[in-house]
Design a binder for this molecule. Structure first.
Ligand code: HEM
Length: 303
């Protein structure tokens, strides 16, 4: 007697001829072998198709295999997280500079000789181990590198954000979540940058007509930094610009300190009270210190 068993194997049909010999075991073994053959053939076909037809799943898949690996840090900087790290780490360096610069400038309240000696000390850092001013230039190089990286990371994060949301928010954004300081980071950053350009032309280079006093020596033969600051800040518009720029700097620093904890992953809600306190205190100390200088010059306390 002849019979047919239909083998259904994940959607594929196949008829297997078997002879009913009476022995059910033999029939079921044949069915089993037939199923295995079908599976084997299907696997062969699938493999052949895979080899022949399979193209790249996406553009990135091709690039991954073809692209040469970049050094780890460059690769990391290519990601949004990497850029945030760079912003946070360079931000810490810049915060350190701003703090020490303000503390150093407090020497102004001790008089002309003290401030000028302090400036002279900075020029002679590590002298005679290193040539005169060499350490100062190394520090300047580090500072410039940090500033450039900080600005570049900020700019490319903004570009990434825009790419992620090419269509503007249709409704009003939730400004309760984003504070005034966080919304104005870009603008306060640009104001600080413009201030810095003016400030360097004014007190470091004394370029052109910006500050003709720069380079004058005091009675001890030292560069008269004290006199240059007084000369600069006695001009009311310049003093007002210094005050406004330092308020912008304070706003920038407040949000900068607050968000660097976030960027570095230290954002446990338990610490939020401390984060706010650290950010507020730091920004306040810098603003009060720096704003006091133009006010002191205008008030005649310095100069
Ligand atoms: C009212 C506040 C400030 C005063 C009185 C002041 C004063 C000075 C003086 C006198 C110098 C020249 C030092 C020298 O030639 O030895 C200087 C340099 C400099 N200041 Fe300020 N500064 C103030 C705020 C700031 C702020 C807020 C920043 C940064 C955001 C800043 C960044 C710099 C930089 C980068 C230099 C050049 C340092 C160098 O390369 O020698 N200053 N400042």
């Amino acid at each position: 007697m002849r019979g047919f068993v239909t083998v259904v194997d994940s959607g594929a049909f196949s008829a297997v001829d078997f002879r009913a010999t009476g022995a059910r075991g033999v029939a079921s073994k044949r069915v089993h072998r037939a199923m295995n053959r079908i599976r084997f053939r299907k696997a062969q076909v699938t493999m052949a198709q895979t080899v022949m037809k399979r193209g790249p799943v996406s553009g990135t898949a091709i690039e991954r295999t073809a692209r040469k690996r970049k050094p780890f840090l460059i690769d990391l900087y290519g990601t949004a997280v990497g850029k945030k790290y760079v912003m946070a780490i360079t931000g810490i360096g810049l915060l350190g500079f701003v703090l020490f610069h303000m503390i150093g400038n407090l020497k102004m309240y001790m008089g002309q000789s003290d401030l000028n000696h302090y400036a002279h000390f900075l020029e002679k850092l590590l002298y005679p181990i290193l040539p005169e001013k060499a350490m100062l230039w190394i520090l300047r190089g580090g500072l410039l590198t940090m500033a450039v990286l900080h600005i570049h990371a900020a700019y490319s994060l903004t570009v990434l954000n825009k790419q992620a949301r090419p269509v503007k928010y249709q409704s009003e954004r939730d400004y309760q979540v984003a504070s005034f300081a966080s919304r104005t980071m870009r603008y306060t950053g640009i104001i600080v940058l413009l201030f810095l350009i003016w400030h360097l032309l004014d007190l470091t280079f004394g370029a052109g007509a910006v500050n003709e006093y720069v380079g004058t020596k005091d009675s001890e033969g030292l560069k008269d930094v004290y006199g240059a600051v007084a000369f600069s800040l006695e001009r009311v518009p310049v003093a007002v610009f210094y005050i406004l720029a330092n308020i912008a700097l304070g706003t920038h620093l407040f949000h900068g300190v607050w968000s660097l904890f976030q960027s570095l992953g230290w954002n446990n809600p338990r610490f939020n009270k401390w984060r706010r306190a650290v950010a507020t205190s730091f920004a306040t100390i810098i603003v009060v210190g720096n704003v006091s200088f133009p006010i002191a010059v205008l008030a005649g306390v310095v100069g």
